[in-house]
Design a protein around this ligand. Structure first.
Ligand code: CIR
Length: 254
């Protein structure tokens, strides 16, 4: 079964890290309602959602994906390049410990889980302001049994802002932010929706923002079943769909 680890929205989310977006007011109550709908969509798809409480001193704590890379046999705790996000790790380590052996990226490596795209036994890793070459080398050592391939990314926060897996072998990508890096077939986002490349595949369904109708049409034409979500407030914090959960496949719930 699938365990999905999530964490609540901080009261201070409006003070989140921002790299490519201008700061806008965020309605915390609305963000929490949208996040609750995200968690219920995961439950509807059969996930066992382990919802951790927010830590109000950590503006970005809802974006749990960045804190770890979950592999089949272990989880790798990342190391944030930001001043504010490092303290998110202990709660996530505690939540993952029942399911996976834990190892960590060490200094001078910095890595965000949002930069790691898994396709089968390959990990594509974005080289970004958050993820450096040292961490990519460490990941290659820690992820035994996986091929680790660095990918250049430009113009967005993470590799998974630019490309995600939306079918068994199908990628959804924004070609302005990432060039083709594999033989996998690609659906391109609609150019008027640059942030539309991030969807979260659970089973045969894709959790996907309601705010990208043109790209959604392209996905549906390829036979992808969409579960639409309104994530407007989390998007103002430079968040997307994958960032709000850590997906852990388990034989039996821990
Ligand atoms: C940050 O800049 O770290 C947060 N405001 C947003 C993180 C989004 N994470 C993700 O896409 N994996």
């Amino acid at each position: 079964m699938i365990v999905a680890i999530t964490r609540g929205v901080s009261t201070r989310i409006a003070s989140c890290e921002l790299t490519h977006l201008d700061r806008q007011p965020i309605d915390v109550a609305r963000a929490r309602t949208q996040h609750a709908a995200y968690e219920s969509a995961l439950r509807d798809l059969g996930c066992d959602v382990r919802a951790l409480p927010a830590d109000d001193s950590l503006p970005d704590c809802v974006f749990v994906e960045d804190v770890a890379v979950v592999l089949d046999d272990r989880a790798i705790l990342t190391r944030s390049a930001t001043a504010t996000r490092g303290s998110e790790t202990p709660a996530i380590a505690e939540a993952l410990a029942p399911f996976r052996d834990l190892v960590s990226i060490e200094p001078p490596g910095t890595l965000d889980g949002g930069d790691v795209l898994r396709v089968g036994r390959t990990l594509y890793v974005g080289r970004t302001a958050r993820t450096n070459s040292n961490a990519i080398e460490q990941l290659a050592d820690l992820a035994s049994g996986y091929r680790v391939i660095g990918v250049d990314v430009e113009g967005c926060l993470h590799l998974k802002s630019a490309v995600t897996l939306v079918g068994p072998d199908l990628l959804l990508a924004n070609p302005r932010w990432v060039r083709p890096f594999s033989d996998h077939p690609i659906v391109e986002i609609d150019p008027s929706e640059p942030h539309a490349a991030n969807g979260l595949r659970i089973g045969s369904k894709l959790l996907y923002p309601a705010s990208f109708p043109k790209t959604r049409r392209r996905l549906e034409e390829r036979g992808i079943a969409i579960v639409p979500l309104d994530l407007s407030e989390l998007q103002k914090a430079e968040g997307a769909v994958t960032c709000c959960s850590l997906v852990v496949e388990v034989d039996s719930p821990g």
